[in-house]
Design a protein around this ligand. Structure first.
Ligand SMILES: [Zn+2]
Length: 478
């Protein structure tokens, strides 16, 4: 009897204690995170005279010799029956002559350029065009194709190229149209200053149609024409659909965009992450084939077995280094920005003429590789579900004492050439109040300066477009 009473007391105690514990852990009042939108700050009232337009840097002037080579149209004879037409457009065209007709590799981005090239080719040969080969589905390789297609011409690409082109030219058509103009520095051209030199990126505004492939393959495809053997290999790199064309008897390798004379564009800011590991593996495969000639789709051909081996080996090393260092940063728990600031090419690679960051950039590559492998969340919580940017920006403007305070500091920093910081301060004011004209105008000037000091063709285009769009937002032409 006494035992039973003790048991009831114990049970009562457990119920009371768990009740108290539950009361501590569970709330019956609903908590909803507050989202409060502060009022927009008033428009800034400072008076501002923009700095003079930026001048070309001496380093850039030295690079212009190379740029002139890229925009000077020429048809180069590589061997007795192989020709390379470059400088007519961003993309080049290669022609192989055989006893039974011609093979055309890549077609440029415009029918206008393709027509000029075909006219030059027709001075060399009047044989029929039997095959067109797309090394990959990028616009500067396929859009000149209607000019080269004759009755019975077959068009060869990988199976993946068809999917790739459907995505770029159908699913994401409007985005790609915008992206192309951004990259070429041609967004809102009426708000851009005139360029001192012509850009090699000329035909991005109007794209005509192109011919869809008539022959596709998965891994390998070969054919013979007029006694010449053509071997095609699916070798991923710049894109997942990429192929290379190998002429085993002549030891000529048409490498598409797997090699060109610049640090490669392993990641371009407004496109999907690229298969970087496969890129250096493909370059290693190129080295193993021991080519005598590399005929790329951009920049000059490489001629001579030793030269080809040396350049491609270093090219692969550079890509692999950036890839492996980025992976190391991810595993060490570094954020993408920390990785960007810590990965640098080793000096012996960075100084090589053909690895200058004129077209691709190491920092952009790190961002692309990082995003492709590790997603978009940095682990700090804030970015899981951030507020619309106008809310924190308005708080900051309020704390600073108004837009004038932030912009007068931006003007001071602009005078000291701290242009990136100027843009970041202007963005706070613009996010808080997109109508603030002065913030757009100050930012436009700094963007132009960043473009002229970046030393990179794509970066120049992106900054030029961004500056024009800021001026357009303010409704003020330069
Ligand atoms: Zn390409």
């Amino acid at each position: 009897m006494k035992q039973k009473a003790v048991m009831w007391i114990e049970l009562g105690l457990i119920v009371v204690l768990s009740g108290a514990l539950l009361a501590q852990c569970i709330s019956f009042k609903k908590i909803r995170p507050v989202v409060r939108e502060p009022a927009a700050p008033g428009e800034s009232t400072l008076s501002y005279s923009p700095p003079p337009p930026p001048k070309l840097q001496w380093d850039t002037v030295k690079q212009l010799a190379r740029l002139r080579d890229l925009v000077t149209p020429k048809v180069e004879k590589i061997t007795e029956d192989i020709y390379l037409a470059r400088g007519f457009a961003l993309g080049s065209v290669q022609m192989v002559i055989t006893d039974e007709g011609l093979v055309i590799i890549d077609t440029t981005e415009t029918q206008e350029a393709a027509s000029k090239i075909l006219k030059r080719f027709r001075k060399i040969t009047d044989k029929p065009i039997r095959y067109i080969i797309y090394t990959h589905g990028h616009l500067d390789h396929v859009h000149g194709s209607p000019v080269f297609r004759e009755k019975g011409t077959e068009v060869i690409a990988t199976k993946d190229a068809v999917e790739f082109m459907k995505r770029d030219f159908e699913l994401l058509k409007e985005f790609h149209a915008r992206n192309r103009l951004n990259q070429a520095g041609r967004a809102a051209p009426e708000y851009s200053r005139k360029l001192p030199i012509e850009s090699p990126v000329r035909g991005f505004r109007e794209l005509g149609g192109f011919v869809w492939p008539t022959i596709t393959f998965d891994q390998e495809y070969s054919f013979e024409l007029g006694g010449k053997k053509f071997e095609l290999y699916h070798t991923m790199g710049e894109t997942p659909d990429h192929l290379m064309v190998w002429l085993p008897d002549e030891r000529v390798l048409f490498s598409g965009d797997l090699y060109y004379q610049s640090f490669p564009n392993l990641s371009t800011p407004m496109l999907e992450p690229r298969p970087v590991r496969e890129w250096y593996e493909s370059v290693d495969r190129m080295v193993a084939m021991q080519p005598k000639y590399i005929v790329p789709a951009h920049t000059a051909a490489l001629i001579g077995e030793d030269k080809v081996r040396e350049i491609l080996t270093n090219y692969s090393k550079a890509i692999r280094y950036v890839y492996e260092e980025t992976v190391r940063c991810i595993n060490q728990g570094k954020t993408v920005d920390e990785a960007v600031h810590s990965v640098r090419l080793p000096a012996e690679l960075a100084e090589l003429d053909y690895l200058q960051e004129l077209y691709g950039r190491v920092d952009w590559s790190v961002r692309g590789i990082y995003a492709g492998l590790a997603g978009w969340y940095d682990g700090r919580g804030t970015d899981l579900s951030p507020l619309p940017p106008n809310i924190p920006a308005r708080e900051v403007v309020l704390l600073a004492g108004g837009a004038d305070k932030i912009l007068s500091r931006a003007i001071e920093l602009q005078g000291a050439d701290e242009h990136q910081l100027v843009c970041e301060l202007c963005d706070i004011v613009i996010d808080a109040n997109p109508e603030d004209k002065l913030a757009h105008i100050i930012k436009a000037s700094s963007l132009e300066y960043l473009g002229y000091t970046g030393g990179n063709l794509n970066m120049f285009g992106f900054y030029r477009s961004a500056a024009a769009l800021e001026r357009k937002a303010a409704g003020i032409k330069p």
